[in-house]
Design a protein around this ligand. Sequence first.
Ligand SMILES: [Zn+2]
Length: 348
Amino acid sequence: MDCLHSVLHYSNQQMQNNNDRRRKPPKKYSVNRENNRESLKTCGLLLIQKMMMRIAREGQGNKKLCMYMDEMLHSIFFLGHIYEHRLTPREFFSLPKVLETVSSSFSEPFKKYSSHLPTRTPFSILLDMMEILYSTKRLKEELLHLLKEMKFPNPLHKPGSKQEQYYTLESTVICECSDSDSQKYYGASLCCRKGAAKEILIDLSCLQLWHKYVSHAVMSFSSGGGDGITFPGSLRCQAYVRDRKRNVYEEKQPCSNCGRMFNLQDANPDKVEYPFGNCAETECLSKLLINNQYMRENAVINNHTEEKLEELRSSTEARLIKQLVKVGIEVSDNNLLFYDPFQMQTGD
Ligand SMILES: [Zn+2]
C-alpha cells in the first residue's frame, strides 16, 4: 500500500477542490439533510476527506494511520452496502478524480466491502487515529475541533419526529476510562442507527474485537442472562455526550444497561431502548481490560468459563449469519471473514 505518497497527492488535490468550492458554493447541506441516504454519503465523504487531509498534514503519512484509514474506508463502505437504500463505494465520491486517487491508494476496501466484515464502526477507528495524531491528552479537544469542522447533521432525530433519525457517522457519546487515572482509554457509542446495522456491529465486536469478559457480559445480557463484570475500585470510567450548540463534551451518567453489565455506580435508573453493547463504556472497558494487566487479573465476572463463552459465541454467530444474509453479505459455508488491514500487511 503506497499510502504516503498518495495521501500527500490527495491533500494537494483536496486543496484545489476546496479552492474550487470557495468559488462555487456547494448545494446547501440542509438539502442533503432531508435524505438519510444523502446524509450517510455526505458524512462518509466528509470523514474520509478530513482524515486524509489530517494524515497528510499532521501525521506525515504515518503508516499506521494509513492502515487505520484503510480500515475506516472498509467500515464506511460496509455500512453503505448494508444500508436499506444501498450505497456502493463509488457512490460516496462525487468527484471522479477523488475516487480515482482514493481507490488507487486503498484498493482493498473497494474489493472487500461485501465479502469481509468490519469489527467496529468508522468512529471507533477515528478515535484510534486521533490518539496517534494528538495523544490521549488532546484527544477530546481535537475531536471537538474535527466534529465542528465536519458539521454532521444532528443524529438524534429530525425536528418534530423522534422516530425518524438521521444517519450520520458521529457517535454522540464517548467514554474515557483508566486504572486510577493512569493511561486513559477511549471508546465510542455505536454510530450506526439505521436498520440492522447496530445489532450486526455489536455481534461482530463480540465475536472478534472485545475482550472476552466484555463479550461474555454483552452476549449474556442480550440473551436474557445477567453475567456482569465487577471492576476493581481503582476503575475510573466517565462518559461524555457532545453538546452540539456549545461544542463541548459534558459528563454523562452510565445508562441502566451499563450500570448492570459493568456494575457502575451512579447509573441512570431509566430504562433504555438501545441494545446491550451499544454504549461507549463497552468499547472503552474492553480496551482497558486488553491493555491493563491489573484490571484483567482483578476484574471478576460471574459464571465465566470457556464453555459458557463458546456457547454464547455460537448462538451469536448463528443469529449474525442470518442477519448478514438478509442484508446481502456473502457468507460462504458459515465462514466469517474479517477485514484486517494490519494482518494483510504482515501477510505481504
Ligand atoms: Zn450504557
